[in-house]
Design a protein around this ligand. Structure first.
Ligand code: C5J
Length: 220
C-alpha cells in the first residue's frame, strides 16, 4: 500500500514487514524535573506529541504489527556511560545525579520510565540503550531479524538526536525508514525542520517522512 503523501516521494508500505520503533518517550525527556529540563529545555513541545504517538502505537497494535520501545538510560554504576557523555553539556544535573524522579537517566529509576500514556504492553520489546542510536550496544538488529522486518516507522524524541541517529543506523543496515513527522519532536523547532529536510533530501538519502494519519490509513 503506497503512502502517496510521503516525502520526498510515495512510500510503498509493506504491511507484512513493517514495525514501529518508538524512541525514548521517557519521563526524563518529557517531564519537568527530568534530564531534558535540566539541560535548559522547555519540555512542553515534547509533551504535546504524546497523543499522536499514542494514536500511532494503537494503530500498529490494532494491525498486529510489532511495536518496539527504546529508553536512553544507563547502568546504576554508570559502567556503560562514556566519560565524555557524563561530562558534556552544562546541565543542572548530570547523568546519575539524584533528581525529583530518581537518578537521572539511570535504568530502573522513575525518570527513565516511558510516560504512562505510552506504556509498553506485556510482550512488546523494550530496549535500554546507552547511546543515541538504538542499534549501538543493544539487540535491536537481532530482534528485527527475528521479527522479519524490513521497514521501520520511527517516532519519538528527540528528532535530531536519538531519532535521527537511529534512523541513520537503520538505513545503513538496509531498512527502509519512514519518520512519522507529527509523532516526533525536538526542543528546537529549527533542528526538527532541518532533520526532516535532510532525511528526505537527495532522493530519500536517509528515508521518508509522512503524517501519522496517512501511515495508519495505509496500514489499516
Ligand atoms: C537526547 C534523545 N536528546 N533521546 N536524547 O539526549 O534524543
Amino acid at each position: 500500500m503506497a503512502i502517496a503523501s510521503a516525502l520526498p516521494f510515495p512510500f510503498a508500505l509493506d504491511t507484512s514487514r513493517v514495525g514501529l520503533v518508538v524512541i525514548d518517550m521517557q519521563r526524563d525527556f518529557l517531564e519537568p524535573g527530568g534530564f531534558g529540563e535540566s539541560l535548559g529545555n522547555d519540555v512542553r513541545p515534547l509533551q504535546a506529541i504524546v497523543p499522536t504517538v499514542a494514536t500511532l502505537i494503537a494503530g500498529f497494535r490494532q494491525a498486529g504489527r510489532p511495536v518496539i520501545h527504546t529508553r536512553e538510560c544507563h547502568a546504576p554504576d554508570l559502567s556503560d556511560c562514556p566519560q565524555p557523555k557524563l561530562a558534556r553539556g552544562a546541565p543542572g544535573m548530570r547523568i546519575g545525579d539524584p533528581g525529583p524522579m530518581g537518578r537521572i537517566l539511570i535504568r530502573g529509576e522513575p525518570g527513565a520510565e516511558i510516560v504512562p500514556e505510552l506504556a509498553p504492553l506485556p510482550g512488546e520489546i523494550v530496549l535500554d540503550k546507552p547511546g543515541k542510536g538504538a542499534f549501538h550496544a543493544t539487540p535491536l538488529q537481532a530482534e528485527l531479524r527475528r521479527l522479519g522486518l524490513t521497514q521501520l516507522v520511527l517516532a519519538g524524541v528527540t528528532t535530531e538526536v536519538c531519532v535521527q541517529t537511529t534512523m541513520r543506523e537503520a538505513n545503513d543496515r538496509g531498512y527502509e525508514c519512514l519518520l512519522a513527522q507529527d509523532a516526533t519532536e525536538s526542543y528546537f523547532p529549527e533542528f526538527k525542520a532541518a532533520t526532516l529536510a535532510m532525511i528526505r533530501a537527495q532522493g530519500a538519502i536517509v528515508g521518508w517522512t509522512a503524517g501519522t494519519d496517512a501511515i495508519l490509513e495505509a496500514l489499516a
